[in-house]
Write a protein that binds this ligand. Structure first.
Ligand SMILES: NC(=O)c1ccc[n+]([C@@H]2O[C@H](COP(=O)([O-])OP(=O)(O)OC[C@H]3O[C@@H](n4cnc5c(N)ncnc54)[C@H](OP(=O)(O)O)[C@@H]3O)[C@@H](O)[C@H]2O)c1
Length: 262
């Protein structure tokens, strides 16, 4: 298969690209900043892999998305995202808008470009999108990020149903990972610190975030293997299974939480 991966500079996107390339697929590994092309190409030298092409794709920029229009791919893996931390009470509304711009609107725009391309050339294809277990159990102080992922779940569910009803030969799949140590969570939580300017909340605000960060650190999986395996399964699968979740302990924890607190 020919697979395009967004946000592939590091973390789960990069590791998935390596795994898929080793399995014989051709990968368009995309990054959103010019300097990242060089660093990714350097990293790839350690793997002796030739079937990966590195490209620039900022999913929020229409000029970049246009480049994808004419690319011959069988699968789009929407992996790119940003994490905005902090209480919804204190957060600047523009920060939340930016979070939605990348995680929701740009993801939908890119998905539509690719789907329209497939439809006009009578081609089959698969769209795989990274949501999160945080989209199922809205996490306090990560409310912006959780909301973007919940919105993705709803959007992709509707899109999948539309494809089924219209008999469009495009598979829509969603990945809902638990916590993985890629640096993403730390960066997101840190971004929410020291932003509370409300006198009545200031003294408890940062201590709650610190506690949340310690809990998340304890829960994070050190290696990305389990999630990469799920993504590869979703991409290669011939069936129309929709949601892929892992690791099991966090999936069960999420289900229990939903049962107790919904
Ligand atoms: N790690 C976890 O615990 C976890 C849990 C659930 C879901 N996820 C999801 O898994 C995916 C990958 O996350 P990760 O943990 O591997 O972290 P990551 O390495 O930071 O992956 C996110 C990628 O998206 C890129 N990106 C940001 N804005 C972009 C834009 N406008 N256009 C294109 N790319 C953009 C980032 O680039 P920069 O590096 O330059 O910012 C980064 O390469 C994300 O969708 C995340 O929400 C992660």
């Amino acid at each position: 298969m020919k697979i395009l991966i967004t946000g592939g500079h590091s973390g789960i996107g990069f590791d998935t690209a390596i795994s898929l390339a080793k399995r014989g697929h051709f990968i368009y590994l995309t990054v959103h900043q010019k300097e990242q092309v060089k660093t990714v190409k350097e990293k790839l030298k350690n793997y002796n892999i030739e079937n990966i092409e590195v490209m620039i794709l900022d999913i929020t920029k229409s000029v970049d998305r246009n480049k994808v229009k004419n690319l011959d791919i069988d699968c789009l893996f929407n992996n790119a995202a940003t994490g905005v931390g902090g209480s919804l009470i204190c957060l600047d509304i523009d920060k939340i808008r930016e979070n939605f711009e990348v995680n929701f609107f740009a993801t939908l725009e890119l998905t539509k470009e690719v789907m329209l391309n497939w439809l006009s050339s009578n081609q089959k294809g698969t769209i795989v999108t990274m949501a999160s277990l945080a989209g199922l159990i809205p996490v306090p102080f990560l409310g912006s990020y959780s909301s973007t992922k919940a919105a993705l779940l709803t959007m992709m569910t509707a899109l999948r149903r539309e494809c089924l009803l219209l008999k469009v030969p495009i598979k829509i799949k969603l990945i809902e990972p638990g916590l993985y140590k890629t640096g993403f969570n730390d960066y997101m939580i840190d971004s929410g610190k020291n932003i509370c300017k409300i006198k009545e909340l200031e003294n408890k605000y940062d201590s709650i975030i610190e506690l949340e960060q310690s809990i998340i650190k304890l829960m994070e999986c050190t290696y990305t293997d389990s999630i990469v395996k799920k993504i590869v399964k979703a991409i290669e699968s011939k069936n129309n299974h929709f949601i892929y979740r892992t690791p099991l302990s966090q999936v069960l924890g999420t289900k229990l939480y939903m049962l107790l607190f919904k």
